[in-house]
Design a protein. Structure first.
Length: 424
């Protein structure tokens, strides 16, 4: 059964000869175009295809190309940034371009259904910028993956199916390079799942067995064979790791093609008597920027709900086009209008004195003095308005974006109608 499942999935995910020819033709056209642009300058630079296309670990119907402009280390960083953008714009018929920002600016080009990232980096064994590792990663995988490319494809598709693939901020899952290293280390798709099902917190993997154990505090540690000071799994969240372990165990117990089928992550109200609030922002930002800020804001609001005696049950993040936001599910109940306010211990005479002078009515419980005061925030909506007004705890860009708040049926209808994928 297991062999049949693998064979059936591979039929769907291994690129066809027609796809390969299409990708090869487009890649060659782009490389020639960028090489010609470089030749018209005095720069010491070359074009290099990286990523899953170059490694032949890509999945059928994936349309992302990664192309690097590799500069000589004698190039000043500011010139690399400036010329990287100038060269990175693909000036061919049918292409559109936009500037994106990560460790430094790069260019996102689009052609039909293809997305082509053109990224400047240095040609150096000593890592100068974060992206300088990527060409080395590509070479390492090509030299070491051998005949395991279809095992990589199976692992990537399994991770897509259970929702843990991609190191993008919205997912915080397993990067493609991390999948490739796991296959190279464990030698097969099945053995990755078998070993993962027994992983412990802080699992340590060193493919090169360098001997010297580097100290990291991440839930999964995979030493980068290109840069031993780096953990390839550092962007992986504990929740995505736990989900992968969970689904690996379930799959091994009862294999099914369903685990490989990517599903939309629509919002589901888990508790019948809960309240649902959605905070919706208006404004276009790149996914990796907006999702990190949404997550920061959601965690802060969650803590403020708890601080004010509400019981938040969960939160989710969403984005489509210019609309993005946070949805909260909160236990429904009514708070009293007064809240118990703790004062000093009775033995702390000076603080006791200032407390009883400040508050007219006080009472003692054990050795502490208390009073009752008006509750500042009576509803979850009050909490949201307070946070949004004060700006504290919000992501940088969210402080200035226009927003609105909707509740319960209106929120549920909005999320369902737009079919937002919900991320945690």
């Amino acid at each position: 059964m297991f062999s049949k499942i693998k064979a059936d999935i591979l039929k769907e995910i291994v690129p066809s000869d027609k796809e390969r020819k299409e990708i090869t033709s487009l890649t060659n056209t782009i490389v020639s175009h960028l090489t010609e642009k470089i030749s018209k300058t005095n720069l010491k630079a070359r074009v290099e295809v990286v990523g899953s296309i170059a490694k032949d670990t890509w999945i059928s119907r994936d349309r992302d190309l990664d192309i690097f402009i590799v500069f000589d280390i004698s190039t000043p960083l500011e010139e690399l940034k400036k010329m990287g953008l100038a060269l990175g714009k693909i000036e061919l018929m049918g292409f559109t371009s936009e500037t994106a920002y990560a460790n430094h600016p790069y260019t996102i080009n689009r052609f039909k259904e293809f997305k082509i990232d053109v990224v400047p980096c240095y040609d150096s064994l000593e890592i100068i910028t974060a992206v300088d590792r990527t060409p080395h990663h590509t070479r390492f995988v090509k030299e070491n993956v051998g005949n395991l490319r279809n095992d990589v494809r199976l692992l990537k598709q399994f991770m897509k199916g259970v929702g843990v693939y991609s190191s993008e901020q919205k997912i915080q899952g397993f990067a493609g390079y991390l999948c490739e290293l796991l296959i190279i280390h464990y030698k097969s798709f099945e053995d990755v799942l078998k070993n993962a099902s027994e992983w412990q917190y802080g699992e340590y993997i060193d493919i090169k067995s360098s001997g010297k154990k580097v100290s990291f505090k991440d839930p999964l540690i995979v030493i980068d064979p290109v840069d031993p000071k780096r953990n390839v799994a550092s962007a992986l969240s504990l929740e995505r790791l736990a989900e992968f372990i969970h689904y690996s165990r379930l799959f091994l117990e009862s294999p099914s093609v369903d685990y490989f089928k990517k599903k939309k992550k629509l919002f589901v109200k888990r508790y019948p008597n809960s309240e649902v609030y959605a905070v919706i922002f208006q404004g276009e930002l790149l996914d990796d920027i907006i999702f990190s800020q949404l997550r920061k804001s959601a965690k802060y609001m969650f803590s403020i709900f708890e601080k004010n005696d509400f019981k938040p049950l969960s939160y989710g993040l969403f984005k489509k086009g210019e609309e993005s936001g946070i949805v909260f599910e909160i236990e429904r109940y009514e708070l009293s209008k007064m809240v118990k306010h703790l004062g000093p211990k009775i033995f702390d005479h000076s603080h006791w004195e200032s407390f009883v002078k400040k508050y007219e009515k006080t009472f003692i419980e054990e050795d502490k003095v208390y009073t009752l005061r008006d509750r500042a925030l009576l509803t979850p909506h009050d909490v949201i308005v307070s946070v949004m007004s004060g700006k504290e705890g919000l992501g940088k860009n969210l402080k200035t974006l226009p927003y609105r708040t909707i509740k319960d049926d209106e929120a549920l209808s909005f999320l369902a109608d737009k079919e937002f994928d919900i991320y945690v």
